[in-house]
Design a protein around this ligand. Structure first.
Ligand SMILES: *[C@@H]1O[C@H](CO)[C@@H](O)[C@H](O)[C@H]1NC(C)=O
Ligand SMILES: *[C@@H]1O[C@H](CO)[C@@H](O)[C@H](O)[C@H]1NC(C)=O
Ligand SMILES: *[C@@H]1O[C@H](CO)[C@@H](O)[C@H](O)[C@H]1NC(C)=O
Ligand SMILES: *[C@@H]1O[C@H](CO)[C@@H](O)[C@H](O)[C@H]1NC(C)=O
Ligand SMILES: *[C@@H]1O[C@H](CO)[C@@H](O)[C@H](O)[C@H]1NC(C)=O
Ligand SMILES: *[C@@H]1O[C@H](CO)[C@@H](O)[C@H](O)[C@H]1NC(C)=O
Length: 401
């Protein structure tokens, strides 16, 4: 009997660890010594071991989450013990007020809802959460909840807005930046909807969107909140769907772009710890292709605008090309869209972009799973600066499936 159980122990020790066992061994430090000028390889763990399967990616994604919080976004607190809501509807409008916090104190904010004027589907309405306000068209049959993220964490200027907003009233001066504070609030909205379905949403069909600074926040929300099915950052530029290294390359090439050294002086979107790296971008053991990769396998569609030069056009295309390899590794490249055009003003949405937008809505929010969502394109207007994928993306893409 004793020998048998020893044999069993020995054989289970030799067998490959199950996904649950692996997660026990997944180390997720917030800091890793690193120095590399080109984009980091998403398909190696912090210790250099290869990432070869979906189970490996679960751990790798946890490592990336810890690094992004550690270096640039600040800590993202989890669900506090108290989350509740009140709901008041009048016609096609409603107010959804969320209260969250601790027995010692809570905060509350009101999100406004606009409902379609048709009959709700049996599973409830698909929902778009719009950071601060909506700047894309919404197809029929989708409700919109406007989330007042600037109330949660102020974003007027740096350093005056640092630590100002409802989130900081609750948590004090923690390392969370406005990016993580906003994600926290989105997660509490979804918690409150899960607890009380009076608003009648289909919680498996939630999208998030926002433009410019709120596009940066939108990508963070999609990366960290896995209950979001579709993430649509619009013209998010540096700090969003661009990579810090590539924005620096554009700046070094003579283009006038928003990049890390400027962004930390412009506003308080990132943690004060990020100040220590903006002149040492090569030391970041990640870049924003990892942030976009955290959204996978869920759907991600980003729009960029080459008419607004500070949006770092080459950086956005290069960074999302790098992120695309993560979707390719999963065999779902068409869950990741990128559309970069010019000829329109910042945060405008010309009607010819609706094909790609509505395709993603149809497939991921409106139960039309056969819709073609192969949209990945750029006009290549990079002010003469050259994009060299072989230099910036030196890794081979594994196949998880
Ligand atoms: C939502 O709240 C605002 C501000 O208090 C109020 O003016 C509006 O009537 C409310 N809307 C609904 C549908 O209750
Ligand atoms: C319903 O909303 C659509 C816009 O989404 C509008 O064109 C239409 O006139 C509205 N119908 C009614 C009955 O309010
Ligand atoms: C809040 O913390 C940051 C660093 O984490 C610091 O720079 C800032 O001065 C603090 N603000 C206040 C009001 O204590
Ligand atoms: C484009 O490149 C030229 C030459 O490097 C530079 O002078 C100009 O400022 C750049 N334009 C923009 C909008 O970045
Ligand atoms: C970080 O950047 C600063 C400013 O360019 C430089 O003086 C310093 O040597 C860099 N630190 C490291 C560790 O490379
Ligand atoms: C740019 O926009 C203008 C005004 O909407 C339009 O007339 C023109 O055809 C557009 N050009 C391109 C290249 O799309």
């Amino acid at each position: 009997m004793m020998i048998l159980s020893l044999l069993l122990l020995a054989s289970s020790a030799l067998a490959a660890p199950s996904p649950a066992d692996r997660s026990l061994f997944c180390n997720t430090p917030a800091y890793v010594p690193y120095n590399n000028a080109v984009l980091p390889n998403p398909f190696v763990f912090d210790n250099g071991a290869p990432v070869q399967s979906f189970a490996d990616w679960d751990c790798r994604r946890s490592q990336i989450s810890a690094l992004i919080q550690g270096y640039e976004a600040g800590a993202l607190p989890g669900r506090p013990p108290l989350v509740s809501s009140t709901f008041a509807r009048s016609g096609y409008k409603a107010n959804f007020t969320v209260t969250a916090g601790f027995p010692s104190g809570t905060i509350s904010w009101t999100n406004t809802i606009a409902y379609p004027n048709t009959t709700a589907p049996g599973a409830g309405w698909p929902l778009v959460i719009a950071y601060d306000g909506l700047s894309i068209p919404i197809p029929p049959g989708v409700a919109v909840l406007t989330y007042p993220n600037s109330l949660i964490a102020e974003q007027n200027s740096s350093p005056a807005s640092r630590g100002v907003g409802l989130f900081y009233d609750l948590y004090g001066n923690v390392s969370a930046s406005s990016m993580t504070a906003w994600v926290w609030g989105v997660s509490r909205v979804i918690d409150a909807l899960e607890e009380s379905d009076t608003a009648n949403f289909n919680l498996a069909k939630i999208a998030v969107t926002g433009c410019s600074r709120d596009g940066k926040g939108t990508l963070m929300a999609g990366a960290f909140e896995t209950r979001i099915a579709l993430t649509i950052p619009q013209e998010s530029g540096s700090g969003g769907d661009t990579c810090w290294r590539l924005s620096k390359y554009e700046q070094d090439s003579g283009d006038v772009v928003q990049q890390a050294t400027e962004i930390v002086q412009e506003n308080v979107w990132f943690s004060t710890n990020f100040d220590n790296y903006v002149y040492n971008i090569s030391e970041l053991p990640y870049d924003h292709h990892f942030l976009a990769g955290m959204v996978a396998p869920r759907a991600l569609l980003s729009y960029e605008n080459t008419d607004v030069e500070w949006l770092s056009p080459l950086s956005a295309y290069g960074c999302m090309s790098a992120a695309h390899t993560i979707y390719e590794a999963m065999g779902i490249a068409d869950h990741h869209g990128f559309v970069q055009v010019g000829n329109h003003s910042h945060c405008a949405f010309p009607s010819y972009l609706e094909d790609s937008l509505f395709a993603f809505f149809d497939r991921f929010l409106l139960d039309e799973p056969d819709t073609n969502t192969n949209y990945f394109s750029t006009n290549g207007v990079f002010n003469g600066t050259v994009w060299d994928p072989g230099y910036w993306i030196p890794w081979a893409t594994p196949r998880f499936w």
